[in-house]
Design a protein around this ligand. Structure first.
Ligand code: NAD
Ligand code: ZN
Length: 354
């Protein structure tokens, strides 16, 4: 068992445990497990066998990004009130990033806030969503626009859950791992290029490394006033692709992969990365069968959507772009002309059948 500490310098600090799920003791407290039918069917006993609480309720929400919304939040809140959870009660999320993001949000607003812990069951949520305290939901204006910074009390990461994950979901998680390597760590990127994550040892190594990188950034900048924004590399584009395709065509990680290549096209155009680096990142994404091509039908309307992004303050669009591999920067001074030129160039790439 590896334990990593997210040290926020205050009593909100918490541990991330990587290894076989151990006993979870909330002896005198009520616990509500937030999950969905699929994960519940596959894995609930792995948790309930280890859980001690005065009462345990299971709240199973509809499965899918399209249900990460205010209606689901309301449904959970009603359940919590019906089960008379009090301010000492605890929520446990057992599921992917959707369940985790909603659970953390509900925990933050139920009776002004109760404790929650995360047990992520997808690769994407193990390496990214479960750590760092970003919680929230989508609405018709965009992704994750309603939410709270709310840190969990603990995160438990057990790769046993991943054994039932569809390979497409698994690959989507790889996109966030690759994102982390490109934005922050050349050595990790090189390791990913020469090692496939097809055995438990490599898988655990990649998960641990990704979480370490994320923890370092979150510790530096919990509320995303600066460096933390770099974790959104690829996401400014990704969120538009997800919105334009009604959150149904692509998994989040797949849209991240497309977003990375859109960002890299811009980075290549303005000289931050070389063609060789562009190709290396592309090859790594392709190694996990991740999509990288999305045809932008209307460049003007795609461009306008940038202004819905939380990072685009006062009419300036912020892009997180790689500087070579292993480094990244936040740029908010790129002209509209340059951005549109790069989107057109990306379309040339997306149209190319090779
Ligand atoms: N809070 C953050 O910092 C953060 C970071 C990255 C992503 N996110 C959010 O995470 C969400 C994406 O998370 P996700 O990719 O985990 O998607 P998800 O939660 O929708 O899970 C993907 C699918 O896998 C299924 N599943 C979950 N665990 C399984 C298992 N062990 N075996 C079989 N199937 C399983 C789910 O039921 C679902 O159908 C997005 O909403 C994104 O915005 C949040
Ligand atoms: Zn993401």
């Amino acid at each position: 068992m590896d334990t990593l500490k997210v040290d926020l310098g205050n009593d909100l600090s918490y541990n991330v445990h990587i290894g076989e799920l151990g006993n979870i003791d909330f002896s005198n407290r009520k616990v509500a497990i937030i999950t969905n039918p699929k994960v519940c069917g596959l894995h609930i006993t792995k948790l309930t066998n280890k859980l001690k609480a005065s009462d345990v309720f299971i709240i199973s929400i509809k499965d899918g990004e399209q249900y990460k919304n205010i209606d689901t939040v309301n449904e959970i809140l009603n359940n919590l009130f019906n089960h008379k959870l009090d301010r000492k009660s605890v929520l446990i999320s057992l599921g992917g990033g959707v369940v985790g993001d909603i659970c953390g949000f509900v925990a933050g607003i139920y009776q002004r806030g109760i404790d929650f812990i995360n047990i992520p069951t997808t690769l994407l949520s193990q390496v990214d969503a479960s750590v760092g305290g970003k919680t929230g939901i989508n609405n018709s204006y965009g992704k994750n626009l309603i939410g709270l910074f709310n840190q969990p009390k603990a995160v438990h990461i057990d790769t046993i859950f991943l054994s039932t994950l569809a390979s497409r979901e698994y690959n989507a998680g790889m996109a966030e791992i690759i994102k982390m390597a490109v934005a922050f760590d050349l050595e990790f990127f090189n390791w990913l290029q020469s090692n496939t994550i097809n055995n438990d040892e490599n898988l655990k190594k990649a998960i641990k490394k990704s979480i370490e990188l994320k923890i370092k950034i979150v510790q530096e900048d919990e509320k995303e006033m600066g460096v933390r924004a770099k974790l959104n590399y690829g996401h400014t584009f990704c969120h538009i692709v997800e919105m334009m395709s009604n959150y149904t065509t692509y998994l989040h990680g797949e849209a991240v992969s497309i977003g990375i290549i859109m960002a890299n096209t811009l980075a290549l155009d303005i000289g931050l990365i070389t063609q060789n680096e562009f190709n290396q990142i592309l090859s790594l994404l392709k190694m996990y069968d991740l999509p990288t091509k999305y045809y932008i039908k209307d460049i003007d309307s795609f461009y306008d959507k940038f202004f819905l992004d939380k990072k685009s303050m006062q009419g300036k669009i912020s892009f997180i772009l790689p500087i070579n591999i292993g480094n990244s920067t936040i740029k908010d001074d790129i002209t509209k002309q340059q951005i549109q030129k790069s989107l057109l160039r990306y379309n040339d790439y997306a149209n190319n059948i090779n």
